[in-house]
Design a protein around this ligand. Structure first.
Ligand SMILES: [Zn+2]
Ligand SMILES: [Zn+2]
Length: 124
């Protein structure tokens, strides 16, 4: 029995969900503010389903790990993902209900592990 008989509008994408490839959370495809999302709001992992270079669907399907935060000109944070299998990089806007602790942890990671001694700044 389908709900389609109740209205002429197609089934809303807003009820679509996907399962997080890392933590198993069931994630709604649209965030509360109506943005389409491609990563888990809890652990921020994504899945490699879009080929960024070719602009089409990707058949990779592997996990994409959140490795960094970028701040584009509009000031809104974007999560940089890297595919664990083919190492392609993607960026996607942060959603309102993304895990803020994980976002901060990802953002400060380079500062916590500098590739040079921070003592050098003491002499400036
Ligand atoms: Zn997750
Ligand atoms: Zn991939």
């Amino acid at each position: 029995m389908s709900d389609n008989t109740k209205s002429n509008t197609p089934p809303s994408l807003r009820t679509d969900t996907f399962g997080c490839v890392r933590c198993g959370l069931t994630v709604t495809t649209f965030s509360p503010d109506g943005e389409r999302r491609d990563h888990c709001p809890s652990c921020l992992y994504s899945r490699h389903v879009v080929d960024q270079a070719a602009g089409g669907p990707s058949d990779c399907g592997a996990r994409m790990a959140p490795i960094s935060i970028a701040v584009p000109r509009d000031g809104r944070w974007a999560v940089i993902h890297r595919c664990v299998r083919c190492h392609e990089l993607t960026s996607s806007p942060v959603c309102v209900d993304d895990n803020q602790l994980v976002l901060m942890r990802t953002a400060v990671r380079p500062l916590a592990q500098p590739p040079f001694p921070l003592e050098a700044f003491g002499d400036l």
